[in-house]
Design a protein. Sequence first.
Length: 319
Amino acid sequence: MGIPRKHLYVLRLRKMRSTLVTTVLVGASVVSAKGLLDLPTDIANLLTSLAPAPASDPRWTNWHPASSGDVRSPCPGLNALANHDFIHRNGRNMTIPHLIAGLAAGLNMGADFTTAIGAAGLLSSPNPLGGSFDLDDLSMHNFPIEHDASMSRQDAYFANPQPFHNPTWQQYISFFDGKERTDIPTASKAKYARTTDSQKRNPEFVYGAREAVLSYGENALYLSTMGDPVTGKAKLEYVRSLFEMEKLPFELGWRPSVLPTTLPSLGLMIVQLQSSSPEPLLEGVKIVADSYKDVFFAIVGGSNILGNLTGGISEALGL
Ligand code: HEM
């Protein structure tokens, strides 16, 4: 979705109008009615109708991996959603409204999360103001989201960080050997082992506050969506399906959590992951519940730019 310059000014002016603000709950993201009125009707309708797809939806069982010509990312979540057609199967032309609908239908992601990370994703596109990115744009190293010490991808110093890499993944997932379900302390230990391994072997290793928060966030993402956004308890076979096959484990009995995964729920889980981790605190960095949200604001350059990149959706969501 392109955002003509004229439209950006209109959005700014509308933001300045003082209107009565009432709120409605959308997937646990607070949407202001004022903000909704400022949005095109189709997007306002989208934000008020988000929910996981019903069990009868054919996409749950219509999985196949990327065909030739399709593009994929270093993100197992987006790749799995594309493999099920919850987002464009060819991996191209990902707009914020398309992602909001697809991530809610397939994984019950709140619109707040998808808007914030989706805007960061737009910055990886050759034309961020064009309003869309392709999944392979997300492999750009060290910005905006990609980083070293991933759970299942090699550092860019060694190889293309896009595809799943089983030896790297085995380092991580072996921490759960003998367990049927994930838990937060084990995920923290496994994440720290990946971080120290990259630190030792990669002479160009980069790891600061952005990388720490994003990588805790990615742990929280799979724990929340394969399990539950409060406890982070997920069946190991579901987690393996997500990473190893990039497949939603519907046929194994998994269903999207009834509670949506949102920026606040992820922020709280990141705090728990960090506080149960053996990883030493980075000097001068304190991870709090808002750190995850703050990282996306920092990546895009502040709330005004987030508003412009998302055509006003972030403002309607109170971001
Ligand atoms: C628009 C939404 C999203 C964008 C733009 C995005 C982008 C990315 C990117 C660029 C990475 C690579 C980071 C790295 O270098 O390790 C990544 C990793 C990851 N993402 Fe996503 N993501 C999105 C949504 C999701 C969702 C809904 C899930 C839920 C399962 C998810 C789960 C993960 C996980 C678990 C990783 C870590 C992979 C690893 O460490 O090997 N993401 N994402």
